[in-house]
Design a protein around this ligand. Sequence first.
Ligand code: G
Ligand code: MN
Length: 281
Amino acid sequence: MNDAATEQLRVENALHHALKNQEFVLHYQPMIDLRTGRIVSMEALVRWQAKNGELIAPNQFIPIVESTGLINELGVWIFRTACAQVKAWHEQGLHDIKMSINISPVQLRTPELSNIVLRILDEMELAPEALDFEITETVLIQNISLALDQLERLQKRGIGLSIDDFGTGYSSLSYLKRLPVDTVKIDRSFIKEVHRGSHDFSILRAITAMAHELGISILAEGVETEEQLDIVMELGTDLTQGYLFSKPLPAAEATDLLHLDVTAHIDHRFRHNPHSGVAAK
Ligand code: G
Ligand code: MN
């Protein structure tokens, strides 16, 4: 075997162990409604907490997990864990908070996906409305009509649908055409270097107009600076997510954040936001 194949096998074995030994953890990153300054949802992001203490980011292992059958097993673990967390938040009085869960295109190939999801929700007595699925097309989806049928079925039951990393996928636009999408998350590559008059600025403005024309909410990913926040607010973006507000946090810290009044941190912005429904306090 060549080196690449040996390495792939080594990582695959390690991932098998990781799943058995419960080395995966979920971190949660808030999504903020720019009209109210409130956290409306938490995105569940998987991390691999290796036994040597190292925290490994998903882009380093998800492609391998996807290329093996492991993604279904890991996917179910992520789904159950995230559902249990949002249920716990609801029970702590945070009734309106939603959970956003990334669904791999590989999972969408599984014909049983929607059944599994609905069965687990039933078992856990969690309303489908508490969930939002984020779909990103990093690989071309085989059997797209099966994937779309499953998503449509889940959406009919009340699960929200978002297109993740919008603007980078193979066919983000065809999703908009074929699925009743609730939210479009603009990829952070358009936010990173945006300034007034730039190409990125025009693209953001055009995508926002298109989404609103279609009755879809728009979220700006990867907002890290006050300047970027200014711009996305000026463009009428509905929601945002990024390091300016919070990195993905371990469950305990995410819970603390939800119990705090997050508005305090960004309150001053809303006085200047022409789109804000919140009057200056
Ligand atoms: O593909 P998706 O958008 O789901 O990826 C989310 C990833 O983006 C997470 O791993 C998270 O750590 C990272 N992320 C979230 N907010 C920011 C940000 O403001 N800047 C950068 N560089 N990365 C971010
Ligand atoms: Mn996502």
